[in-house]
Design a protein around this ligand. Structure first.
Ligand code: MG
Length: 338
């Protein structure tokens, strides 16, 4: 039988923002199934995950998907990083998720900039200057306002072909800024698929000599929008209860002592984005409200109109946050309330 290409991907130990790594394993007679993906290892001293003297870290496969961007029989294998003794590595956000069942559903709205490493500017920005101010770019069409659609379309196609659930895509408020929406039932699965989608996006951009900038405020303290990763979430109770008091109780559980642990995993440099301007609440404040895009947590009008059944949206997570850690913290807080 033919050789199969398995790209094992994992999160490195870089602080404060982890990045994706990957390497290829060639396997003969591969079934395509997760249970037939072997454990593997890598040199953790090259990824800030181990000292040189004892550098082996383990890669434990947690998801196996078709890799539509590569010729032949190709797969992406999502893995989590373990220490040599099999315990979870401290960089392993997936291991922080308490609840491994599919009761919690997550929808992440991932914003990002397509970035030109040569100019160090977003695609669509002229060298040494700025394009016309924000206004025409959001959901735009035409080469004057929409920059990088080839990459965005190829990314969408790859995700759908691989079986990653994507709810949609759109052009965002700044030039060169876009969004995709991921969805999954189960916190760990949601994290797996967001990281794979990010990996595909990086590779689509790389093919064009471009990069993805995940920073929440890559253009600094200007009037250009930052990038977020709004986290929509629900559990069975929220989808069924039909009760405003339950939603109030859950929202209130995010306030007070819980502001800090949430913000701590909502992405580095998020204070530059959560300023109280550009449809954000300040990073040190907490508020919630129906349809309120200036709140920390928005209660979508749909949830109210469905008789208080459905989701909430935490608007604070930044584009560079780890979806595993975001989901883990949300699960913890919601469970503390009900
Ligand atoms: Mg958006």
């Amino acid at each position: 039988m033919a050789n199969s290409k398995l790209e094992y991907i994992w999160l490195d130990g870089y602080k404060p923002t982890q990045t994706l790594r990957g390497k290829t394993l060639i396997k003969k007679d591969f079934s395509g199934k997760l249970e037939d993906c072997p454990m593997w290892s890598f040199d953790g001293s090259s990824t800030e995950q181990a000292e040189g003297g004892a550098s082996d870290c383990l890669l434990k496969p947690v998801g196996c998907y078709k890799d539509p961007g590569r010729a032949g029989d190709s797969y992406i294998v999502m893995t989590e990083v373990l220490n040599a003794d099999g315990s979870a590595h401290e960089s392993n956000g997936r291991a922080m998720i308490e609840d491994q069942d599919a009761d919690f559903w997550f929808g992440f709205e991932q914003e990002y900039f397509i970035w030109d490493p040569e100019t160090n500017l977003p695609l669509g920005f002229p060298l040494g200057g700025y394009p016309p101010p924000q206004g025409p770019y959001y959901c735009s069409v035409g080469a004057k306002n929409a920059f990088g659609r080839d990459i965005v379309e190829r990314h969408l196609e790859m995700c759908l072909e691989a079986g990653i659930e994507i709810g949609g895509i759109n052009g965002e408020v700044a030039a060169g800024q876009w969004e995709f929406q991921g969805f999954a039932k189960g916190a760990a699965l949601a994290g797996d698929e967001m990281w794979i989608a990010r990996y595909f996006l990086e590779r689509c951009a790389e093919e064009e000599g471009l990069a993805i900038n995940w920073h929440p405020k890559p253009l600094g303290p200007t009037d250009w929008n930052g990038s977020g990763m709004h986290a929509n979430f629900s559990n069975g109770l929220m989808r069924e209860c039909g009760d405003q008091a339950t939603f109030e109780k859950i929202c209130q559980a995010f306030d007070g002592d819980r502001i800090k642990p949430h913000v701590a995993v909502y992405g580095a440099d998020n204070d530059k984005r959560l300023t109280g301007l550009h449809e954000t609440q300040s990073i040190d404040k907490f508020s919630y409200g129906v349809s309120d895009r200036g709140a920390s947590i928005r209660i979508p009008i749909g949830t109210v109109e469905d008789g208080w059944k459905g989701r909430l949206e935490d608007r604070r997570p930044a584009s560079n946050a780890d979806p595993y850690k975001v989901a883990a913290q949300i699960v913890k807080t919601v469970k503390s309330a009900c």
